[in-house]
Design a protein around this ligand. Structure first.
Ligand code: ZN
Length: 190
């Protein structure tokens, strides 16, 4: 039974969030009543509000020429697969907030969540938002890497930033290998 409910919730999410159908269309599509649609919405409320946060990130970027995700669904699925820590230095958003490092940022829109980072930034044609080129990065790393450094160049700096967080928090932050392995391998393949 729980499985069946989960399944209809998934279908509802698909129709409501990805296909953006109206209630009336969902009633017809699933052959259910308005109150059943309302019930589905209520039981999916948390997932929908989580999606809306990600949708805002998508909307902020989607009209950029360098934005190559095919649609919101692809972006959403990519986002949900990302680990909850900076791809370069390993800090989690929770620990970054706890450290109070962001408390004095002038722009209050920065540092509130991990940022969408384009790993390869040059040549320009490769500097795109896409499943393969994007990771999540902390505000400090995103800001520091800018468009100046390759992943390999940045590794040493990221180790310094990792140390900085570890000292601030009084615990060792694990340094993440994935981005260095993946992108180093790619450049070796060429
Ligand atoms: Zn970082």
């Amino acid at each position: 039974m729980a499985n069946k409910e989960r399944c209809i919730e998934d279908i509802f999410i698909e129709l409501y969030c990805f296909e953006q159908l109206k209630y009336l269309e969902i009633e017809k599509e699933l052959n259910i009543s308005r109150s059943e649609v309302q019930q589905l919405y209520d039981s999916c409320k948390e997932r929908i509000s989580d999606m809306q946060i990600i949708k805002r990130k998508y909307n902020n970027k989607k009209d950029l020429e360098e934005f190559k995700f095919s649609d919101f669904k692809e972006f959403y699925n990519w986002y949900k697969r990302q680990p909850n820590n900076c791809c370069y230095c390993g800090i989690t958003q929770e620990d970054a907030i706890k450290s109070k490092v962001y408390d004095n940022l002038k722009r209050k829109t920065r540092g509130i969540s991990l940022e969408i980072e384009r790993v390869i930034t040059f040549p320009k044609k490769d500097n795109v938002y896409s499943v393969s080129n994007c990771r999540l990065a902390c505000h400090v790393c995103n800001n520091a890497k800018s468009d100046f450094f390759t992943v390999e160049d940045f590794k040493l700096i990221a180790k310094g930033i990792n140390n900085f967080w570890s000292n601030k928090l009084g615990k060792r932050i694990v340094f993440p290998p994935e981005v260095y392995e993946t992108f180093n391998k790619e450049s070796n393949d060429k």
